[in-house]
Design a protein around this ligand. Sequence first.
Ligand SMILES: [Zn+2]
Length: 242
Amino acid sequence: MNNQSNLEMNAREYKCISCGNNNDQLYRDFNSGIIKIEHCKHCQKVVDKYIESEPVIICLDALLLKQQAFRHVLYNRQSQGQWKLVAILLLCDAFTKLLLQRPNSGESRLRPDYMIYSALEWGLYQNFSLALIELLSTVSIIILCIMMVSSEKCRPGELMHGILLSNFGKILVIPAVLWGTNYSLIYVSLSRVFVCAANIQAIRVLSPSCHISICITSVILGHVVATVTSIWIQNMFSQGQV
Ligand SMILES: [Zn+2]
């Protein structure tokens, strides 16, 4: 069985990735090399088929926005390196913003010096701060909306964890921006749509009683407020520099 070390078997509850109900364990270990995968008490399906899957399969299913993959990552997997992932996503976002701010000379941006010199530019760190403010605004607005509207007791920590991890789509835009195609802005917009869809899916998994219309409205509102805040800050800085 793969990735057993990532799974805790101690007194905690696991979610069935098919029906979302709680189960005591994911598998039974008979201490003789024999392991039996547990079946859900409610729907009789395997509680979590992903405990035997390679990480690449889980990533592909998450890219396909499958709720089962989201349940596995958000409930049944021990969260490790969450803040490292957030830092990488913020760097990707900052790097994308920086490249899009540069005039496109028509030639490819994928040159070694482009990447090396970007790390030395003050603009990268300004854009990192901007990306951080955008992320904080998005997460705060979404959690606030869900907590105000949802009838069930929400756990802000879990929601924040889910929303942060479901921003992984921001990495997808990097290759398109680096290649410097004329369609970079379209790729950025598409990646935003994907991130919104992933955010909605994460909220649906973490707050099952929340109606889908509330999830969609909260996520769109969160991203719109974050974008408006970002544009306002950028305008403020550009006016200050004039
Ligand atoms: Zn089930």
